[in-house]
Structures are given as C-alpha cells and as structure tokens.
Write a new protein. Structure first.
Length: 475
C-alpha cells in the first residue's frame, strides 16, 4: 500500500474514533435527507395546488354566460407559475417573486403571493433545502473535522517521523485530502441522489442536474483544499480553526447577504409608488378612447374611416368600438412593457454588480450557478412574467376582436343585442408555459463556473505553497 493511502486510512481510523466527528456527520446526513424529502414533498404539493387552481380558474372563465366581450376583458383571468423540477433542490428567488398573475385589460399586474410575505421572518434566513445544506452547513462540518488534520501531526511530533521515513509532504497532504474527501463524498451522496430523482421528470432536467452536481463537487473541492492548506500553514490546530471559521463566516454568511445590500444602496431601484405615479402620468398622456375629442383617437378615427373608404363609423363593416379597444390595448401594453423591461434591466444590472463580489466569496458564484440550473433565478421568473404578459395581451386582443367582428356598432349600443355566445370563451384563456431549454441556464451558469474554477486554481496554488513550506518547517 502506498504511503498516501496509508495516511488516508489512518486518518479515517482516527475519525471513526472521534465521536464528535461521527455524530456531526450523522446529523448532517440526516438533515440532508430531511431537507431532500421535505423540499420534494413541498414542491409536489405546491405544483399540485397550482395545477388545481389553474384548472379551476380556467373552468370558471369558460363557464361564464353569454356576455359582451369587453365585460370578459374586465372579468380577467389568473395564471399560475409552474415549478421547475429542480426547484425542490434550490428554491432560489421563487419565495420572493410571487407565482400568481392576474390578467386584465388596460394594465399589467405583477406576480403576487410570494412565500416570504406569507411566512415568518425566519424564511428570509434561508429555507431548509439540499442546496442550503451543501452551501452553508457542509463546509462548516468539514472545517471542524479537518482543521487539525495536519497540525495534529506537527503538535504530536509525528510529522518529522513521517518525513524521516521518506514520506514526502505531498503524499501526506494528498492522504489527508483523500480522507477528508471521503467525508465530502458522503455528504454529497444524498444531494446527488435527490438530483437524480428530480431529473427524471423532464428530459432537460438530467443535463441540468449533472451540471449542478459538478458545480457542488467543485464547491466541496474548494473547501477540501482550503482546509488542508490552512491546516498545513498554521502550526496549531486552534489557529487553523479560527482562520477557517472566519473564512466561512465572511464568505458564506456575511458577504452573500451584505453584497446585495451594498449594491441596492448604491444603485437603488425606483419604489413601487414612484413607478405607479410615472405610469399613471404616461397613461394620461396616451389618449382616451372614450373621449371623441381626444386628439390621438380623433386622428385614429380618420385613419380607420379612410382605410375602409367610408365617412361614418356606422358604415364600417366592423365595430368601431372594438377597434378602439384594440388600439388602446396596444398603446397601454407598449407602455407597461417599457416600464417592465426597464425594471428587469435594472435588476439584472444589480445582479451583475453582486456577481463581482464572487471574487471575494465563491459562495456567490455557486448560488448563481445553483439558481440558474434549478430554474429559480430572476431570468426564470422574468421568462414567466413575459409569457404571462404575452398571454394577457393575446387574450384581451382576442376579446376585443370579437367585439369588433361579432357585434355591430348599432347592436353594441343595445342592451339586448350586445352579447355573444358563451362558446367563444372556450380555449381562449388556456395558458401554456414552457421552461427555457437547457442551453440557456447552462449559458447563464458559465460565468459562475469560471469563478469557481478560478478559486479552485488559486487554492491549489496555496496548497502547493503549503506543501513546500511543510517540508522546510519539518527539517
């Protein structure tokens, strides 16, 4: 047996005798299993509830009686965001963004019913998910188990004996890495099993789950190398423990929470009140289709009459009110889309600035990778919001077109003749949302992966430096 494997075996023997290490590992594995089961069960229950509510509101929309199409425009509709299969692994920003859109004419609403608004403040500190266990708790366990792996040899004087017997410093550190790596592999096992389980739901999920597993494997490797390097650089175990705990507290706890606050204070977003005032001001400037003297719609009326070659709206082959509704919806939708796109662009700019802090904390890079591949990042929510808005616009314009084509202008003013058959509501409100193809989240995760690999390379260099220093210190 090579010296490296012998050192790893001896390290394992010591760990098995350490009741604290065994208890800590057992508790973490149990916690990972509980997190996996509860996250998956919550995701299943949530998905079933949303599917049930979607079917219910679809039925209620189609069950409406004979009505004027514009009444259906104001009756509105709800759409619910489907959950990504990997959302059970990392909930990302989903608890903060909301999942229900109310679709109605003349305005674009934001998603409601975010979990954070309906739960205790403890949710803001992180949900118990497999991602949380791996990102936050696993490095802490590895620190307590491995911080003295090399310093213990120095304090006991066995390091000189090993070197005197011809064992090289590189073999010693590699053996320590292998022993600690086996612990990390045990910690990763439940999470990888959960990812494999979750990835069976859709074809693209398998690719994303594999990429997610690779990202967390690199994350663990970063901590393994950092812990062994710190244990080799310090002469006393307690010094290495304090340094590693400080690195964990700053890099995993403090910076990921402080970075968004710093960016938000420097590059603040407009408040909801400011946005509502600006939208109301611009809406007032668009024109009023109900006012015959409004300059914009007076000109619109002239264009419509000229295009059909008639002089009166009563002579049009279509219902002029329906045309006005379609034009008004087009104008207001363009206005709301401009504000929405600007808001998302500002938020993405904030995220890019937060990502720059990943040079100080690889946890930020890992979180970007994890949320992107799990389909729970801001871009995934934006995709749903844009799909919901497109569906709203198509729904409203379909109803306005019904008014223009199914009702005459004269009949539209009669309370008896201004309705159309309820069969026209069937199928027009059905919402079908498709998640992004796997290539898109993989592309979004690439910058974070580069940062993680850069951290891995830097710590590998630090380990090489610690190896040379260890050889000199033991002479």
């Amino acid at each position: 047996m090579s010296p490296t494997l012998r050192i790893a075996r001896e390290e394992w023997r010591l760990l098995r005798r350490d009741r604290v290490a065994v208890l800590g590992l057992s508790l973490l594995l149990l916690l990972a299993a509980v997190a996996t089961f509860t996250s998956w069960d919550n995701r299943r229950a949530t998905a079933e509830a949303r599917a049930h509510h979607q079917a219910q509101v679809d039925h209620e929309f189609e069950a409406q009686p004979d009505r004027h199409p514009h009444r259906m425009v104001h009756y509105g509709h709800f759409v619910f965001r489907p959950l990504n299969p990997l959302a059970a692994f990392d909930s990302g920003v989903d608890p903060y963004t909301g999942h229900t859109l109310f679709l109605e004419g003349h305005r674009q609403n934001s998603a409601n019913f975010g979990d954070v608004r309906q739960s205790s403040l403890l949710l803001r500190f992180g949900q118990l998910t497999p991602a949380f266990v791996l990102q936050v708790l696993s490095p802490l366990l590895l620190i307590f188990i491995g911080h003295a792996s090399v310093t213990r040899e120095q304090e006991r004087g066995t390091l000189r004996m090993l070197l005197a017997q011809g064992v090289r410093p590189r073999q010693i550190l590699t053996g320590k890495l292998l022993a600690l790596g086996a612990i990390a592999a045990l910690v990763l096992l439940p999470a990888f099993a959960a990812l494999g389980w979750m990835s069976t739901e859709t074809p693209d999920s398998g690719v994303l789950a594999a990429a997610l597993s690779a990202g967390y494997a690199v994350w663990m490797l970063i901590w393994l190398i950092g812990i062994v390097a710190a244990s080799a650089l310090f002469r006393r175990g307690r010094d290495a423990l304090v340094a590693l705990l400080a690195a964990w507290a700053i890099g995993v706890i403090l910076l990921p929470r402080l970075a968004p606050e710093i960016v938000a204070s420097v590059h603040a977003l407009p408040t909801r009140l400011e946005t509502d005032i600006a939208v109301a001001r611009d809406l007032a400037a668009l024109g009023d289709g109900h006012n015959s003297n409004d300059p914009y719609f007076a000109n619109f009326k002239k264009k419509i009459l000229a295009s059909y070659g008639v002089s009166r709206i009563e002579d049009l082959p279509v219902n002029y009110k329906g045309l006005v509704g379609m034009e008004g919806e087009r104008l207001t939708s363009e206005l709301f889309a401009r504000y929405t796109n600007d808001a998302f662009a500002r938020q993405q700019a904030q995220l890019r600035r937060v990502d720059s802090f990943a040079l100080l904390s690889p946890a930020l890079a890992l979180r970007r990778i994890s949320m992107s591949l799990s389909g729970t990042d801001l871009l995934s929510y934006q995709r749903f919001a844009e799909a919901g808005e497109q569906h709203r616009y198509n729904l409203v314009q379909t109803l306005n077109r019904m008014q223009a084509e199914k009702l005459s202008f004269a009949g539209d003013r009669s309370s008896r003749d201004n309705r159309i058959d309820r069969q026209h509501w069937h199928g027009v409100a059905d919402f079908h949302f498709e998640a992004a193809p796997s290539s898109q989240p993989l592309r979004q995760a690439t910058p974070g992966a580069i940062v993680l690999l850069a951290w891995l390379a830097a710590l590998t260099g630090l380990l090489a430096l610690a190896t040379r220093r260890l050889g000199r210190a033991a002479r």
